[in-house]
Design a protein around this ligand. Sequence first.
Ligand code: ADP
Ligand code: MG
Ligand code: MG
Length: 250
Amino acid sequence: MPTLEIRNLHASVETTDGMKPILHGVNLSIGDGEIHAIMGPNGSGKSTTAYALAGHPKYRITEGQVFLDGEEITDMTPDERAQAGLFLAMQYPVEVPGVSVTNFLRTAKTAIDGEAPKLREWTKRVREATEALKVSPDFVKRDLNVGFSGGEKKRTEVLQMELLEPKVAILDETDSGLDVDALRVVSEGVNRVHERTGNSILLITHYSRILRYVKPDFVHVFAEGKIVLTGGPELADELEERGYDEYIEA
Ligand code: ADP
Ligand code: MG
Ligand code: MG
């Protein structure tokens, strides 16, 4: 049974001019512990896919179904999806003034598990995770994403994944805006969590760079609202070389 199964997903986004259809039949099946990469041109609907899967209120699923470990999550609230084991690292993480990273993490963990983590054990795990991600322990006292650099935001996303231990992690352009050193730290973090928890990962990216560090089992080309080609890891380098033009209708 696949961990994440997307069947014929159609979704629209709420705009000021009404609902705009963006996804036109996405099909994807991710097996237990697999890493899948989605690559594609800007504006093709990659982030829309991520938001539709996570249950963002502005992105409405109009047709199709999504299953997580065999359980249908299509009509679940974002909280219920998170409890079912889904996690989204957003392309543009939201700033939350007044809520510290540490309080946010503990609240999220409590909501997902249905009980608060034991304080001493939790404090230790947060400290270990921040050390591994090469951020100072004081970092978690700051307001979530407020004034964070691009690299700090992406590290915070990986920190969340490390501590929340989702079955399925969707990482939307977690590599964007990172220099080589930050990319390595973030990639190592993703790999560490993957190896420790055996999670499944959907890695959305525009460039093949991160795929040298985080090795996908499958690469999918996304264009104009759906997956148009699936291949192995070698496809990433071919795409980098040839670009996406051949997948876009004139
Ligand atoms: P990608 O992540 O592949 O770059 P997106 O999913 O962000 O693509 O966007 C796909 C299309 O949907 C684009 O044409 C974009 O302008 C449109 N879109 C996405 N979100 C919104 C929104 N909140 N309001 C209006 N249009 C949107
Ligand atoms: Mg694997
Ligand atoms: Mg995007």
